[in-house]
Design a protein around this ligand. Structure first.
Ligand code: RRO
Length: 310
């Protein structure tokens, strides 16, 4: 069976499939469960300085075949409460990446230092929630802000920093280059794509918050395009996120340049058993395609001869 271990800058992962932030990560037990089910690592919910209840319901609209629209509103117990959950996951042996969100570089730096003291192996900075007033995309859309936030967290935490970037921009490469300049060890691309659903009988948006973030199969081409463009211009590793439901979806991301991937909506639809399935299927697929290591597939689509050449 092909070697599925993944090296993502300083991070060594037993396989490339990470539990994405915001799905199944609310408790230490749930993080540990995803690890036991075969995830290569788990990313926590995005944690802020203070507890937040999140937006009113409805917060999720599900599209059976192609995805999910959410506006949860960054619900989380806050950085004072959450570390005990990380401890539970770590005691179960999980490789835990701590996700944080803040309103400016100072808040990110404080949160980064606190999160680093919990024993997580890396930090993922949420610079990309598409519908949070004062957070996410609102602080992660200007390359200058991204660079400053990443730099401050790198200084305050001394841990590998992963910048999770938004697809809701005309220039994802500029954001990735800014993260690299700030000292990020990797970028993850993408968070959800801003979207909307209308209930025509009620004549109002389906989600209580109105705008939401689209995830799942529908956004895979968007995520792939971002990873593809970033890989061509940025030296730090890229983690692919968006619509990974099958091993071939993951392999597409790897061939576009990703060194690891995050799985979210597939976990929401299928449960954590998805990790065992993806690991098994990816091993079989790599064997069938003649790859002895996952690493050998990273970025190969960039060097393939163009269909129009000759
Ligand atoms: O909590 C949310 O509503 C949320 C977050 Br933090 C995020 O990063 N992306 C998203 O689609 N929803």
């Amino acid at each position: 069976m092909a070697d599925l271990s993944a090296r993502c800058g300083p991070l060594a992962l037993r396989n490339p499939f990470l539990l994405a932030s915001g799905i199944w990560g609310e408790s230490g037990e749930s993080l540990a469960g995803a690890w036991a089910a075969g995830a290569g690592g788990v990313v926590t919910k995005s944690i802020g300085s203070a507890p937040r209840f999140g937006y009113a319901n409805p917060t999720i609209e599900t599209y059976e075949r192609w995805g999910m629209l959410n506006a949860m509103g960054l619900p989380n117990p806050g950085i004072d409460e959450y570390p005990k959950e990380i401890e539970i996951a770590r005691r179960a042996g999980a490789t835990v990446i701590g996700s944080i969100f803040g309103g400016d570089a100072d808040e990110f730096a404080r949160l980064g230092a606190r999160m680093a003291s919990t024993g997580v192996v890396a930090l993922e900075l949420n610079l990309s929630c598409p519908h949070a007033e004062g957070f996410g995309t609102e602080v992660g859309s200007d390359p200058k802000d991204v660079e400053a936030i990443v730099r401050r967290v790198v200084e305050s935490s001394r841990l590998p920093v992963i910048a999770k970037l938004t697809p809701n921009t005309s220039d994802p490469v500029a954001l990735a280059l800014a993260a690299e300049r700030g000292g990020a060890s990797a970028v993850s691309a993408i968070n959800t794509v801003r979207g909307l659903a209308i209930d025509v009988r009620l004549r109002r948006p389906v989600l209580a918050h109105g705008l939401g973030g689209l995830s799942g199969a529908a956004i895979k081409p968007v995520g792939l395009a971002c990873v593809w463009q970033i890989y061509e211009k940025v030296s730090i590793p890229v983690i692919g996120v968006g619509g990974i439901m099958t091993a071939d979806d993951a392999l597409e991301y790897v061939m576009a340049g990703a060194r690891a991937v995050e799985v979210g909506t597939a976990v929401a639809f299928e449960g954590i058993a998805v990790f065992g399935r993806l690991v098994r299927e990816l091993g079989e697929r790599l064997d069938a395609l003649g790859f002895s290591e996952l690493e050998d597939a990273v970025g190969v689509a960039h060097s393939a001869p163009s269909a129009s050449s000759g």
